[in-house]
Design a protein around this ligand. Structure first.
Ligand SMILES: [Zn+2]
Ligand SMILES: [Zn+2]
Length: 179
């Protein structure tokens, strides 16, 4: 859906829309959209700003991927609100570097006519909610590099050297602390 700037000059736009699972493509981020994506909000021109646009709303969905440590499926529910400002891209060209730096600090975006694609905004807002390290749970123990067992399910004793019983007890304590 295009958030049309010309329409915003006349009135505040409202959007309320849902997309089926996989309609949004998150594969370049290694993720899949595994539940409907639902978004609603408004887009309007802020008065007396020379064309600044404000887009407010909320977005909900669930993304899924593999846990970085144990590779089982992990899912991330997203339920986020956003409040974003965009200036005309022509301002960026006119004002040069100074404005670009200031705009970066204020996290202001820029738009070109005819307007902003709502899907692009939503995609970015969803990805902002996903942590850099994707784990099935915060304390995931991962996969044993020796036998390949999922250490969340089984406690293998690969790291313990066979035949040295005096150290075995001590080593297993250390291994648990590390992992
Ligand atoms: Zn895991
Ligand atoms: Zn093992």
């Amino acid at each position: 859906m295009l958030l049309n700037i010309k329409e915003m000059e006349a009135r505040k736009l409202k959007f309320a829309q849902s997309w089926q699972p996989s309609e949004f493509d998150f594969t370049d981020s290694g993720m899949n959209q595994s539940a409907p994506l639902i978004a609603s909000g408004t887009a309007e021109m802020v008065p007396h700003t020379g064309g600044e646009i404000r887009v407010q709303g909320k977005v909900q969905t669930v993304l899924s991927t593999e846990c970085d440590r144990c590779l089982i499926p992990a899912s991330y529910p997203v339920d986020a609100e956003f409040d974003l400002y965009y200036k005309p891209a022509t301002e960026l060209a006119d004002a040069g570097d100074e404005l670009a730096i200031n705009a970066g600090e204020a996290e202001i975006g820029f738009y070109e006519l005819p307007g902003l694609e709502l899907e692009d905004i939503l995609r970015e807002q969803v990805l902002l909610q996903i942590p850099m390290q994707r784990l099935c749970r915060p304390d995931c123990k991962g996969i044993c590099p020796v036998c390949g067992a999922n250490r969340n399910d089984v406690s293998c004793d690969c790291a313990v050297r066979p035949g040295d019983d005096r150290w075995a007890a001590l080593q297993s304590v250390n291994i648990q602390r590390v992992s």
